[in-house]
Structures are given as structure tokens and as C-alpha cells.
Design a protein around this ligand. Structure first.
Ligand SMILES: *[C@@H]1O[C@H](CO)[C@@H](O)[C@H](O)[C@H]1NC(C)=O
Ligand SMILES: *[C@@H]1O[C@H](CO)[C@@H](O)[C@H](O)[C@H]1NC(C)=O
Ligand SMILES: *[C@@H]1O[C@H](CO)[C@@H](O)[C@H](O)[C@H]1NC(C)=O
Ligand SMILES: *[C@@H]1O[C@H](CO)[C@@H](O)[C@H](O)[C@H]1NC(C)=O
Ligand SMILES: *[C@@H]1O[C@H](CO)[C@@H](O)[C@H](O)[C@H]1NC(C)=O
Ligand SMILES: *[C@@H]1O[C@H](CO)[C@@H](O)[C@H](O)[C@H]1NC(C)=O
Ligand SMILES: *[C@@H]1O[C@H](CO)[C@@H](O)[C@H](O)[C@H]1NC(C)=O
Ligand SMILES: *[C@@H]1O[C@H](CO)[C@@H](O)[C@H](O)[C@H]1NC(C)=O
Ligand SMILES: *[C@@H]1O[C@H](CO)[C@@H](O)[C@H](O)[C@H]1NC(C)=O
Ligand SMILES: *[C@@H]1O[C@H](CO)[C@@H](O)[C@H](O)[C@H]1NC(C)=O
Length: 509
């Protein structure tokens, strides 16, 4: 990483000093030489940092050994190569330029130009006009991290990053709601706290748009209303300790964590506080058809029976069936139970006062039913994909999954020899059959004849009426299911903020 390194001695001396390191128009940065503009103490720096095979522009803690990125410009744009420049142009615009100057991106958007720029010791990068007033500040455009003296007010959001090394927008968000509640949600869900939220803090009955999240230099994290009353404390107040820095980050795993770092000890970030209580609460962590379980307090993602990971490298990609379902005759399937798991209950049919056996039977008899949730005599029929799954030993829900009996299951990975037997002539026959299906409605007699030829060919070739994936249409692929169900529902417009939190201060749900 090409980051300027400043001695630790400097840090403790300058923490409270309001020195400004002023950057004038006409200055520029490159990824490899003069790559950043430091804050007066050297604790923070604004500039290029290494990201993947290229460079990104952002703000990072430069004065400590654990260089930590707290803000990224255009986080979803690909990294740039080493010959790019960050140009603070003479007319006061902050522009990312390619070597030839063809590609240009304005990093900070505000009318007119700035007269100076400054990386402050708070971690805020500001652009000032000729009367030294702030025309743009990075604190107004948070990414995944919130720092002391920053404000998070109504409608403002932090989005988690994809991973510790990839700062693109990830799967979770922290929202300061109009109703004064601070909440965690999966990205891309409507603002409906009871259905989608997985943690919240606040106090009901606040004025609309009145509450702000604050973090003090001593690590005190709280919600403040317009009348300057603290309505909820997430952490307690203490005396600020010189050289200890704090940051609040929504991590890639959906957990909100307050970290501290003692610059005097040159150690590690320590988690001071975190929410929610359980690492499996972040909804969607294990993707579709997967559920979260804890093993020694660490998250593991599991698949439903006869499902397998879509991508073992990425647990949030979820799980898909490891067989292709054929038709929906009930004798081809059985229901397999999974105990103590909870899911989003997106049922389309409810049967009350029933038994687990009858619940399974009802699903088997219903072509649209692919799973059922049974609890306390209530059976709810579900379609795939199931989502927001999590093991909960205290919950008696039985998840019943429709799985193929042995005669219907077709292995997707047929041995090579068997695959070869599905010769080209079968393919031709099947294609022509498909074309013929249209004519079937008109000339049913011919269709019957062709069908007989078809069955004969298949049986003659492998003595089996079931086709492998080479020729058979896959009836239940993951992608199709996702399309049919619309995947994650689109976000609703702002203004639909939930106001249905129950209870008083700091309720986790
Ligand atoms: C870095 O920038 C300063 C002025 O801002 C200049 O004096 C110095 O030569 C530059 N260093 C390199 C290696 O380009
Ligand atoms: C980050 O992840 C996104 C989405 O997978 C990908 O497009 C991008 O190239 C990644 N960036 C880096 C630096 O690896
Ligand atoms: C910065 O941008 C201006 C205007 O596009 C250009 O004239 C100038 O040469 C650039 N500076 C550098 C160092 O590339
Ligand atoms: C703006 O700030 C700089 C340095 O902080 C100072 O030199 C300058 O006089 C200030 N300008 C105005 C108009 O206050
Ligand atoms: C500087 O910015 C402030 C706040 O945006 C604005 O009120 C003021 O008029 C600006 N001053 C100049 C000289 O543009
Ligand atoms: C935070 O809000 C307070 C009160 O509205 C304001 O005085 C302060 O300038 C804000 N801080 C930042 C960094 O915008
Ligand atoms: C929050 O903490 C502050 C400082 O410790 C204390 O004065 C205040 O009473 C607390 N407020 C609530 C609502 O717990
Ligand atoms: C910091 O933490 C990492 C793992 O989290 C560990 O490998 C490393 O030894 C720690 N460093 C110090 C100085 O404690
Ligand atoms: C599907 O996976 C299950 C384990 O989850 C395994 O028992 C079963 O044999 C697999 N079926 C096929 C057809 O690969
Ligand atoms: C059925 O699903 C709806 C949402 O689609 C949910 O509100 C309701 O609670 C579910 N019913 C039961 C019995 O779980």
C-alpha cells in the first residue's frame, strides 16, 4: 500500500489541535508517488489506496499499523490503474483522470469550484470556498463507517462492504429512520421493520426527522433528538482516553460494530460493542434456501436437504437443488423435515388445526407447494426459494421440504459414459418433438405416433425413461425460480418508513 507513514509520536500531540493542512487548487495525487494528503496529525489521509489489482480513492487511517479504510469515493466503480491522477483542478474541482485525460470523473459534486481542500483530523475530508465555508464534506456521504463528530440524520444510510478487501456496496444497511429509530436491514428490502429489520434502537413517539446518531471521542454512541435529549444510549460515556480512536462500522456480515484502537499500543482494533446479539440475525446472510447456524459462535451456512451451495466461495449465493424435478405426481416425492429453523413466512396458503403428517401430505398433493412450515398445529405452504433462514433451537417450527424419491432423482453429474449415450440422434428427435408439440393441438393423431417413437428411442438407448440434463428441460432451476419469484423485492420509495416498533429503548428483533 502506498500510504504515507507518520510517526506515532505526532499523533498524541495533535489530537485536539485544530490545525488544517490546506491543499490548494492545482495540486494532484498519483497512486504511486504523492498518493495522499494527510491530516495534520497524520492519523487520517485522503488519497489512493490499493484495491484489488488497481487503486481506489478514499480516506483511511494512515497513522496506525492496521491501515483501515473508512470512506471510499465511487465505491461501486472498478479500481483504476496506476497511471490515473487525482487532480484538484485550478478551477477548484476534484477530478479523477486517466493518463490521457480522456476518462474523467468528478469525485465531489457541488456547484462552482472550491478554493481549498483539507483532510481533517476527525477523518472528514472537506472542500472550502473562498470564505472558508464547507461546500462539500465526505461526512455527508458515508459508506460503511461512522466516526466521532459525524452526524447520521433521517434518511441517511450506511451500507456494508462486500468484504474486508472489496469496499463495493454489500448486503446490509444501517438506516436512520424518519421516525427516529436506528435500524439494520438487508439491502434491497422495503422499510418494513417487522418483516425485514433485524435490529433497532430508539424511542417511540419522536417528532418526524428529529433524531440524529452521534458518536463521541470517548466511544459514547447514542441517539439525540432535536430537543438535545439523549433518547437511547448504545454505549456508556467515559473519559476520552488520549490516543484511542473509535469507529462504528456495518461489517460485511451485517453486524454493526463499534471498534476502538489504542494508538499508544500499536495493537489491533478491539470490538467495544456490537449489534444484534446473534451473528445469525442478519437476514439473508446465507442466501436463498440456505440457513444460518452457529458453531462456537461462528456462523456456518447450511443448505436444505438435497440442496447444494451455488458457490462454495460465497455463502450469500445460497443453495440450489442438486436434482432436477420431473413432474409433480405426489408419489415421486416425500417431505423431509428440518427441525428448529425459522424463515421468512411468505406463505400462499394456510391450514389450521392440523398435524405434521397432514401438513406434509397437503404439500405433496399440491403441485405449487415446494415446502411447508409447521408449528403449533398451523401449516403454511411455501414456494421456493425460502430465505432469511436461521437455526433457532428455541423455535419449534418444522420445515418440510419436498424431495424426490430415489426413482425421480436424476444426478446432474452423470458419469461420462452415460452422458455420451445421449447421442445426437436423441437430441434431434427431442428438438423435432418440441417443434411438433405446437402441431399436437391440431393433429393429435400424429403426435401420438411421434410420442411412441420417442419413448422407444429413449428406452432403446438406455433402458430408462428419465432424461439427463443434456436433453431434458430443467424444470426447477434456481435462476428460473428466482425470476418467477422476483428475487428480492424492489425497494419501496422513501417515506414508507416503518413506525411499528413495539416497546421502548433499544429493542433487538
Ligand atoms: C509531491 O508533491 C510535492 C508538492 O505538493 C512536490 O514538491 C514533490 O516533489 C512531490 N513528490 C514527488 C515524488 O512527486
Ligand atoms: C468487488 O466485487 C465486485 C462484485 O463482485 C466486483 O465487480 C469488483 O471487481 C470487486 N472489486 C475488487 C477490487 O475486487
Ligand atoms: C488537471 O486538469 C486540468 C484540466 O483538465 C489540466 O489542465 C491539468 O493539466 C491537469 N493536471 C495534471 C497534473 O494532469
Ligand atoms: C481561510 O483559512 C486559511 C487557512 O486556514 C487562512 O489563511 C485564510 O485567511 C482564511 N480565509 C478567510 C477568508 O477566512
Ligand atoms: C461559501 O459557502 C457558503 C455556504 O455554502 C455560502 O453561504 C457563501 O456565500 C459562499 N461564499 C462565497 C464567496 O461563495
Ligand atoms: C452535526 O450536526 C451539528 C448540529 O446540527 C452541526 O453543528 C455540525 O456541524 C454537524 N457536523 C457535521 C460534521 O456536519
Ligand atoms: C445516556 O447516558 C448519559 C451519559 O451517561 C446519561 O446522562 C443519560 O441519562 C442516559 N440516557 C438514557 C436515556 O439512558
Ligand atoms: C491482530 O489480530 C490479528 C487477527 O485478528 C492477529 O493475527 C494479530 O496477531 C493481531 N496483532 C496484534 C498486534 O495483536
Ligand atoms: C443431493 O445431496 C444430498 C446431500 O445433501 C445427497 O444425499 C444426495 O445423494 C444428492 N443427490 C444427488 C442426486 O446428487
Ligand atoms: C402468512 O404469510 C403472511 C405474509 O405473506 C404473514 O403475514 C402471515 O403471518 C403468515 N401466516 C402465518 C400463519 O404464518
Amino acid at each position: 500500500m502506498q500510504i504515507l507513514f507518520f510517526p506515532f509520536l505526532l499523533l498524541s500531540a495533535v489530537f485536539t489541535q485544530q490545525v488544517q493542512s490546506v491543499v490548494k487548487p492545482g495540486s494532484f495525487l498519483t497512486p504511486t508517488t504523492n498518493s495522499s494528503w494527510p491530516s495534520p496529525s497524520g492519523l487520517y489521509a485522503f488519497g489512493f489506496y490499493k484495491q484489488g489489482s488497481g487503486y481506489a480513492v478514499g480516506i483511511f487511517l494512515a497513522g496506525i499499523s492496521q491501515k483501515t479504510v473508512v470512506w471510499t469515493a465511487d465505491r461501486d466503480k472498478p479500481p483504476v490503474p496506476a497511471d490515473f491522477k487525482l487532480n484538484f483542478t485550478r478551477d477548484g474541482k476534484l477530478v479523477l483522470q486517466s493518463a490521457q485525460g480522456v476518462d474523467q470523473t468528478r469525485l465531489a459534486s457541488f456547484p462552482g469550484g472550491a478554493s481549498s481542500a483539507s483532510m481533517l483530523d476527525t477523518g472528514n475530508f472537506v472542500l472550502l470556498n473562498s470564505t472558508n465555508q464547507t461546500v462539500w464534506q465526505s461526512f455527508d456521504y458515508p459508506t460503511d463507517t461512522f466516526l466521532p463528530t459525524q452526524n447520521l440524520s433521517h434518511g441517511q444510510v450506511l451500507y456494508s462492504s462486500l468484504s474486508d478487501t472489496n469496499k463495493s456496496t454489500g448486503l446490509f444497511r444501517l438506516l436512520m429512520q424518519e421516525d427516529g429509530w436506528l435500524s439494520l436491514y438487508p439491502a434491497g428490502t422495503p422499510y418494513a421493520p417487522l418483516e425485514y429489520g433485524y435490529w433497532g434502537a430508539g424511542l417511540s413517539g419522536q417528532k418526524k426527522n428529529d433524531v440524529v446518531l452521534q458518536l463521541e471521542d470517548d466511544g459514547h454512541l447514542y441517539l439525540l433528538n432535536g430537543a438535545h435529549a439523549i433518547i437511547a444510549n448504545m454505549t456508556s460515556a467515559g473519559n476520552p482516553i488520549k490516543g484511542v480512536v473509535y469507529r462504528l462500522t456495518i461489517d460485511p456480515d451485517g453486524m454493526l460494530r463499534l471498534y476502538s484502537y489504542d494508538t499508544n499500543q500499536n495493537g489491533n482494533w478491539t470490538v467495544t460493542w456490537s449489534a444484534p446479539d446473534n451473528k445469525c440475525y442478519p437476514k439473508g446472510l446465507c442466501g436463498f434456501n440456505g440457513y444460518c447456524a452457529l458453531n462456537d459462535l461462528e456462523v456456518i451456512c447450511k443448505c436444505l436437504p438435497e440442496f447444494e451451495s451455488v458457490n462454495v466461495e460465497d455463502r450469500s449465493s445460497g443453495c440450489q437443488r442438486n436434482f432436477t424435478a420431473e413432474s409433480c405426481e405426489s408419489d415421486r416425492y416425500t417431505m423431509e423435515p428440518v427441525l428448529n429453523t425459522v424463515w421468512e413466512n411468505d406463505n400462499y396458503s394456510i391450514i389450521i388445526s392440523t398435524t405434521q403428517d397432514n401438513c406434509g401430505e397437503a404439500c405433496l398433493q399440491d403441485c405449487n407447494c415446494e415446502a411447508a412450515l409447521f408449528k403449533d398445529g398451523v401449516c403454511t405452504k411455501q414456494r421456493l426459494p425460502l430465505r432469511f433462514g436461521r437455526r433457532d433451537q428455541s423455535d419449534t417450527t418444522v420445515t418440510l421440504i419436498k424431495v424426490g424419491t430415489s426413482t425421480t432423482i436424476v444426478d446432474r453429474n452423470l458419469p461420462k459414459e452415460t452422458k455420451k449415450e445421449l447421442r445426437l440422434d436423441i437430441l434431434i428427435v427431442s428438438v423435432s418433438l418440441l417443434a411438433f408439440a405446437l402441431v399436437v393441438l391440431v393433429i393429435s393423431g400424429i403426435a401420438v405416433y411421434r410420442n411412441r417413437v420417442w419413448s422407444y428411442k429413449v428406452i432403446a438407448n438406455h433402458g430408462n425413461t428419465v432424461l439427463g440434463e443434456d436433453v431434458a428441460p430443467k424444470s426447477f432451476t434456481y435462476a428460473q425460480l428466482e425470476k418467477v419469484t422476483g428475487g428480492f423485492k424492489e425497494e419501496l420509495g422513501r417515506g414508507a418508513f416503518g413506525t411499528v416498533y413495539k416497546g421502548a429503548i433499544c429493542v433487538g428483533f
